[in-house]
Design a protein around this ligand. Structure first.
Ligand code: NDP
Length: 312
């Protein structure tokens, strides 16, 4: 079986940055791109908050650039997706969707997280045309416009507050009669005159010519007071949680109750020697391209140290 010195799973900013550093350190990294080459960023349009791009950059272009930068330093990029991981002994063995298996001395898990969507066909139809799961990424395009955020947790409240700083009006669509967010976060939303909370409300669909122009909503569904109506909006933001892509590594790697891989404080080290977790799969807090890239860098440096210590 082929044995790789540094195997990187995932091709977002964390995975590719790890590959750049590992390549430059002569670790001969192999990156498995997974199901979504380029990662979550490729579902947004423009990136305006990544340092080094004063005019902003197309998200797909940026990921393509980072990938080519990794290749320039010798990273090999493969297309398969991992389907199983045997972390019970070293070297670790991974199985891929084409049935192939490889062993590795170090493993950098940069499989990211996936934003949850409601599952409406219209979310797909208007993806990148008014539908977004990231206010920090796309909020800027809705300056002085009207947007809706779906969700009642801390993320939704945070996204609604962030958007209220840019948009003219923010609706928060909450399916329950109360918010689940922390008290402080709830208060911030309720005190903001630009935010209107629509409790006990669900989204049935979206409408618009060439982009979102509104949402079909239902209030108090399934009760005698049920009422459906259309809400004109320019942007529709999902904030109903993220699912870290960590299933393959459980229970070998401890995860928190949401599934984020637990790493040592301020380090991508996991409980297993030579296994590192970087980016959104291990970060419930920041979830930014720049923080993921930084974690990828740290993981590659840790992998290099580990290989040296082990004489590998
Ligand atoms: P949560 O799981 O806490 O909240 C998800 C919200 O989305 C809930 O209001 C839930 O409704 C709603 N929701 C879920 N599915 C649907 C659906 N299909 N239709 C409509 N609404 C839906 O996720 P968060 O991302 O908000 O938070 C995750 C964790 O991260 C939490 O522990 C949170 O505290 C933490 N966090 C902390 C922050 C901070 O401290 N600054 C910032 C962001 C997150 P319902 O209540 O009905 O289930």
């Amino acid at each position: 079986m082929e044995t790789i010195r540094c195997l990187i799973l995932g091709s977002g900013p964390a995975g590719y940055t790890a590959a750049i550093y590992a390549g430059r350190a002569n670790l001969n990294p192999v990156v498995y791109e997974g199901l979504q080459p380029g990662g979550q960023l490729t579902i947004t349009t423009e990136v305006e908050n990544f340092p080094g791009y004063p005019e902003g950059v197309d998200a797909n272009q940026m990921m393509d650039d980072i990938r080519r930068q990794a290749e320039r330093f010798g990273a090999e990029i493969r297309q398969q997706t991992a389907t199983a991981a045997d972390l019970s002994k070293r070297p670790y063995v991974l199985t891929f969707d084409d049935g192939s298996q490889v062993a590795c001395h170090t493993l950098i898990i940069a499989t990211g997280a996936s934003a949850k969507f409601l599952g409406l066909a219209d979310e797909e139809k208007y993806r990148g045309m008014g539908v977004s799961a990231c206010a920090t990424c796309d909020g800027f395009f809705y300056r002085k416009k009207t947007v809706a955020v779906v969700g009642g947790g801390d993320t939704a409240c945070e996204e609604a507050s962030y958007l209220a700083g840019l948009a003219a009006k923010v609706y928060l669509i909450v399916r329950k009669p109360f918010l689940r967010a922390s008290k402080a976060m709830q208060q911030r939303v309720l005190d903001n005159p630009k935010i209107e909370v629509l409790f006990e409300t669900n989204t049935l669909g979206l409408y618009g010519e060439g982009g979102v122009e509104g949402a079909h909503l239902v209030h108090k569904k399934g009760t005698p007071e049920e009422r459906t109506y259309d809400l004109p909006i320019d942007g529709f933001f999902l904030a109903i949680g993220h699912r870290p892509n960590s299933e393959l590594f459980r229970p070998a790697l401890p995860c928190d109750e949401t599934g984020y891989i637990i790493t040592e404080n301020d380090s991508p080290r996991t409980v297993l020697p030579g296994v590192f977790a970087a980016g959104d799969v291990a970060d419930p807090h920041y979830r930014q391209a720049i923080t993921a890239a930084a974690a990828g860098c740290k993981a590659a440096i840790e992998a290099e140290r580990y290989l040296m210590e082990q004489g590998l």
